[in-house]
Design a binder for this molecule. Structure first.
Ligand SMILES: [Zn+2]
Length: 421
C-alpha cells in the first residue's frame, strides 16, 4: 500500500501550457527553487519520509503547472516504487511531446534526483540530529531539470522529452533503477538520458561531463558544443558514476552525467543554498540545453556503446579522501551530555525523557544530573523523544555549553549548564 497522496495529485487536472512561460534560465528562479528544496522545512528530503515526499510533490506540481503530460498511475506525475517493506519512494515525471510525430518513440530523459540524506538518514555524514539540506546534492540538479523544462516547454524539440526527478538515489540509485526496470516507459523507447547531480559548485567555471562514449555519435554531435561552451570542461567516455545515469547506462541507454565535483560540504549539514554558484549553474544549464538541441538534430537512433567503468573527475578521489578525513575529524569532536535516557512508555506522561544513567566524569555528572530525573529541555528545546534530544544537540561540539532543564525526584524544575564532552 502506498501512503496517501495529495488529492490534487491523484486526479490531476492538466492545465493548458502556461501562457507566458519564463523562457530564460534565470539565476533568480534557481535561487527560489533551491532555496525552498534546501530549506530546513524539507528536513533534508529523505526518501520515504515527509521531507522527501514534499520534494516529490513540489516537482509533480511543477510538471502540472507547465502543462506536461503525466505518465504515472491514474494520470499522476508521481511514480511510486518500493524502497523496502515499509517505505515507498516517488519518482516524478512529466512528458513534453516533440514536434515530429515520426520521432515519438525516441524519448529523451532529462533527470536528477530530488532526495537527500534527511536528518541522519542514509549517506548522512553530519551528526544524527543535523538537517542535511543538500543544496548542491541535489537540489541543484533537480531544480535544473525544472528550469530546463520551463525552457523546452517554450521551445519544444523534435523528440519528446521526459523530465524526471528520482527518489532514493542516496539509498543506492533505487528510484532510477525502479524506473528503468518497471517504469511506465518501455526501455526501448528511451533514446538517451541526461543526468545532473551536483551542478551548483562550478565556482571557476568547472564542469565534468561523463558518458561521452556511451553512444557512437556523442562525440561527433557534442564536441563542437562543448568546445564553444567557455566553461572549464573535463570529460570522460565511460558510462558509470555513483548517480542515476548508471541505472540507464546499465540498461543499455546512452547516458550523460553532468557534475561540478565533490567538495567540503558533500553530504554534510553545511551543503546549503547560500553556497550555490547560481550564475555558474545558469551557464551549465545553458550548455546542457545546447547539447540537447545538438543531439536532436540527429535523425536516427543513437548507437549504444557498452563503455564500462566509472567516469569521474581526475582529482575526485583525492578530494573525496580529504573530505572524509575532515568528516571523521569532526565526528570525533561531537559533543555529548554523557547520559542515557528512556522515552515515556505508552500512556505515561513524563513531560520529558527519563535519565537512566549518567556517565562518571561527564558534563552531566559535573552539573549534578542523576539517574531517575526527567530531562525536560535541552538548549531551549523541549525533549520528548530521543529524536528531539538529537535535534537539540545536533551540530554541537565537545566543550560547548548547553542549558538543560531537569525535573528532580522532588518534582522541582531546575536549570543547569552542562559542558558537552
Ligand atoms: Zn549524494
Amino acid at each position: 500500500m502506498t501512503p496517501l497522496l495529495l488529492p490534487l495529485l491523484l486526479t490531476p487536472q492538466v492545465p493548458p501550457p502556461a501562457q507566458d512561460p519564463a523562457t530564460a534560465i534565470r539565476a533568480a528562479d534557481l535561487e527560489a527553487r533551491i532555496g525552498f528544496l534546501a530549506s530546513d522545512a524539507l528536513e533534508g528530503r529523505e526518501s520515504g519520509r515527509t521531507g522527501g515526499r514534499a520534494a516529490a510533490q513540489y516537482f509533480a506540481r511543477e510538471w502540472q503547472r507547465l502543462g506536461l503530460k503525466p505518465i504515472g498511475p491514474e494520470g499522476s506525475y508521481l511514480l511510486p516504487f518500493r524502497i523496502d517493506r515499509e517505505l515507498t519512494g516517488f519518482n516524478t515525471a512529466g512528458l513534453l511531446p516533440g514536434t515530429d510525430p515520426g520521432l515519438a518513440d525516441q524519448v529523451l530523459v532529462i533527470g536528477g534526483h530530488h532526495d537527500h540524506c534527511g536528518i541522519g538518514g542514509p549517506g548522512a555524514m553530519g551528526f544524527p540530529g543535523e538537517i542535511h539540506n543538500g543544496a548542491d546534492d541535489n537540489a541543484s540538479g533537480s531544480a535544473g531539470v525544472a528550469e530546463l523544462a520551463e525552457w523546452f516547454v517554450a521551445h519544444p524539440i523534435r523528440r519528446p522529452i521526459l523530465f524526471m526527478t528520482f527518489d532514493a538515489e542516496e539509498r543506492g540509485l533505487l528510484g532510477s533503477a525502479a524506473f528503468v526496470r518497471s517504469g511506465p516507459l518501455a526501455r526501448d523507447r528511451i533514446w538517451a538520458m541526461i543526468n545532473m547531480d551536483m551542478i551548483g559548485r562550478s565556482g571557476d567555471g568547472y564542469l565534468f561531463v561523463g558518458g561521452l562514449g556511451t553512444a557512437e555519435e556523442f562525440h561527433e554531435l557534442l564536441d563542437p558544443v562543448l568546445a564553444r561552451s567557455g566553461l572549464r570542461l573535463e570529460s570522460k567516455d565511460p558510462g558509470e558514476a555513483p548517480s542515476d545515469n548508471s541505472s540507464f547506462f546499465l540498461a543499455g541507454i546512452p547516458s550523460l552525467f553532468f557534475f561540478t565535483n565533490v567538495h567540503e560540504d558533500y553530504h554534510m549539514p553545511s551543503d546549503d543554498a547560500d553556497k550555490i554558484d547560481y550564475p555558474g549553474e545558469v551557464k551549465i544549464l545553458e550548455l546542457i540545453r545546447d547539447c540537447v538541441l545538438a543531439l536532436d538534430r540527429r535523425d536516427g537512433p543513437l548507437t549504444f556503446r557498452d563503455e564500462r567503468g566509472m567516469a569521474m573527475p581526475d582529482d575526485f578521489w583525492k578530494r573525496n579522501n580529504e573530505h572524509m578525513r575532515r568528516v571523521f575529524e569532526r565526528q570525533r569532536r561531537r559533543g555529548r551530555l554523557g547520559l542515557s535516557v528512556a522515552e515515556a512508555e505508552d500512556g505515561e506522561d513524563l513531560g520529558g525523557l527519563r535519565i537512566t544513567r549518567v556517565r562518571e566524569d561527564s558534563g552531566a555528572a559535573a552539573a549534578g544530573l542523576a539517574a531517575g530525573e526527567i530531562l525536560v529541555e535541552v538548549a531551549g528545546r523541549p525533549v520528548a523523544s530521543r529524536n528531539d534530544l538529537r535535534r537539540a544537540l545536533g551540530g554541537r561540539l565537545k566543550g560547548e555549553k548547553v542549558e538543560v532543564a531537569v525535573r528532580g525526584a522532588d518534582g522541582a524544575l531546575r536549570r543547569v549548564e552542562v559542558e558537552l564532552g
